[in-house]
Ligand binder design. Sequence first.
Ligand SMILES: Cc1cc2nc3c(=O)[nH]c(=O)nc-3n(C[C@H](O)[C@H](O)[C@H](O)COP(=O)(O)OP(=O)(O)OC[C@H]3O[C@@H](n4cnc5c(N)ncnc54)[C@H](O)[C@@H]3O)c2cc1C
Length: 408
Amino acid sequence: MTHIIIIGGGLTGLFASIVAADRGARVTTIFKGHGGLSLSHGCIDVLDRSSPSRSLARLPDHHPYKLVGKVNLKDSVSDFRDLMLHAGYPFAGKLSKSMSILTALGSIKRTSFAPSGIARGDLNSGGPITLGQFSGFRDFYPSMIQKRASKNGVDIAKVIDLPLLEPPDRRDAYPTDYALLFEDSEWREEIIRMWRPLLPGVKRLGLPAVLGVLNHCEIHEELEDLLGIEIFEIPTLPPSVPGLRIERILLRQAQALGAKLIEGAGVIGRIDGRSRGKRVAGVVLHSTGRPIQLDADAVLLATGGILNGGLVAQQDHRIRESVFDLPVLHPTNRSDWVGLSLFHRQAYASTGIFVNSRMQPLGLDKKPMFKNLFAAGGLLAGSDRSLEGSRQGIDLATAYCAVNEALR
Ligand SMILES: Cc1cc2nc3c(=O)[nH]c(=O)nc-3n(C[C@H](O)[C@H](O)[C@H](O)COP(=O)(O)OP(=O)(O)OC[C@H]3O[C@@H](n4cnc5c(N)ncnc54)[C@H](O)[C@@H]3O)c2cc1C
């Protein structure tokens, strides 16, 4: 049985762990902290184009989608959707046509696949929209969404105040606080009783994405049935409840398939001397107490980019890959790492590890550095994932491809 060590607890690492365990591998997944799912909107962005599948062909040859090919993208998304469906959290969408959803800032965002509760807010279909305002809710201002959406050509019919029972009042309340309140059936019963008289004439209601975290679909359906309206969720600013729903499902499924999860430990890579440096031997795990040596047949780096520890910017202006110190190509002048404004191309964002079509990291001579080392997700070079709206599609497709290659 192949033993694969996967480093990273984000979408890439957890999805890869499930794919590998499902293929019969012995999987050890190690991460020093949570990945970025709670910072994402909880949808699967493939490419910010009206038809991502048609636009893939125009990407440059070194782009991760070009390296893995369309089949890996399709198969990975299909596996991800099956996984979510079986966990009771179905996704809707197509690779051939993006949907348009509202964001908490009132902008219109294109995405390829969204949980059904968010997909119900697709602006390409459906009737007039009313937005619900929860008093005291942080970082979600429907009147601002209405104003900005109207500038973007989307008409929001009205905004209504929806009272909440006992919002947590000893500190600022976060989306996660509300999501847990929605899990309580007696609390919901009372909310429904208070909201019903406020909703005459409302057909389609947009609410912040906090309708439960453990039993979201049941809660969503119950609210729709008892209020007699269509309800959709709008992703909030972090912490993102839709992102946390995905994280929870992936963690549970990885464990159910037998993956061993080691949380809270950083690792550094070990190179196999007996193979004259052609293979990696495993990792050294730095946990409380003492370093622990773990052997593996293959190692997959799913450590994210510069934002989450996979790449580290040093005092000497060098960007270092944190596990095997793989070569990272980047502008030498630090002021060139960022664009003119937040909305310009950011050089640091496309900095990463170059890989071949088997997801093996390449050396400066453009040859694979180690036969049994693979990399996927936010760590990869070749795309500005935030600007091109491709984060999660790249995470899934490259994780899927890397695992298949590692277990070949
Ligand atoms: C600061 C920040 C902002 C973000 N903003 C957005 C956003 O606006 N919209 C959006 O859609 N998504 C956002 N994301 C999420 C982003 O989509 C994902 O992080 C990205 O897709 C990469 O996913 P990943 O699984 O490859 O890596 P990540 O999700 O970054 O996970 C990397 C994992 O590797 C672990 N790790 C790294 N180095 C080591 C090491 N040496 N040893 C052990 N473990 C290690 C980390 O602890 C973590 O678990 C953001 C993430 C971050 C961190």
